[in-house]
Design a protein around this ligand. Structure first.
Ligand SMILES: [Zn+2]
Length: 236
């Protein structure tokens, strides 16, 4: 029975590695999605800030047009001044000119403020662009690593599946059937070692009257608590 159990322990070890590899392979799509999302986010951040720059530049051009219009009005008013005869009208045109110039000076102040914002945003765009490149490069490296891992895992998986077939053939069909049954019921760990009187499958004490049977290892023994196949730990 000892040899048979050893084979089962081997089988369980290989199967558990297969389960780990399969879950890694299943996770690949999720990891790749996460990486794509990182690239997407950095691109989106850049696009948003570029839109803001467009808005500011538009605002700046509108102010420019405003000023040009005001300036041509001022010019016209000045021309009018030359032909004005009466003082009242003269004063009123002068006032008009002053108002327009005051308005222009306000718009110019605003333009300076907008220019400052544009400079800040252009700096931010340069930073975001370089961030985006960094993210992209980092993501490429990570994707390559994932792809290499995946290839290796797939190869390892194929080898392990062959191993499982070979080992399974060494186990008596009845024992294999029992092992599979317990494995289904215990969600993975069908065979557990008993160390210092404790079943390592469920961490509960094995009744001491079972020690002898376990140590002799002549029959298939189950843990009375978790129903796993158990065997006595070999002492070196
Ligand atoms: Zn147990």
């Amino acid at each position: 029975m000892k040899e048979k159990l050893k084979t089962l322990v081997d089988l369980q070890r290989v199967e558990s590695e297969v389960a780990t590899i399969k879950s890694k392979l299943n996770n690949v799509a999720y990891l790749l999605e996460g990486l794509d999302a990182r690239v997407f986010d950095s691109e989106k951040g850049l696009e948003e800030i570029k839109t803001r720059l467009d808005e500011l530049q538009k605002q700046y051009r509108l102010h420019e047009t405003d000023i040009q219009m005001n300036q041509s009005r001022v010019k016209k008013s000045r021309e009018k001044l030359g032909s004005v005869k009466n003082n009242k009208e003269y004063q009123s045109i002068l006032k008009e000119i002053e108002d327009m110039q005051a308005k222009n000076s306000l718009v110019e102040d605003e333009m300076i403020a907008v220019l400052e914002q544009i400079e800040t945003i252009e700096q931010a765009i340069r930073t975001k662009k370089s961030d985006k490149e960094k993210v992209r490069a980092q993501v490429d490296i990570e994707k390559q690593a994932i792809q290499q891992d995946t290839v290796q895992n797939q190869q390892r998986l194929a080898r392990l599946e062959t191993d499982i077939e070979k080992i399974s053939q060494q186990v008596e069909p009845e024992l294999l059937r029992k092992y599979r049954l317990v494995k289904d019921q215990t969600r993975g760990v069908a065979i557990a070692v008993v160390q210092n009187g404790v079943c390592q499958g469920c961490n509960l004490n094995i009744p001491s009257q079972m020690y002898n049977v376990l140590q002799r290892c002549e029959t298939l023994t189950m843990c009375p608590h978790c129903q796993r196949i158990i065997y006595w730990a070999e002492t070196e």
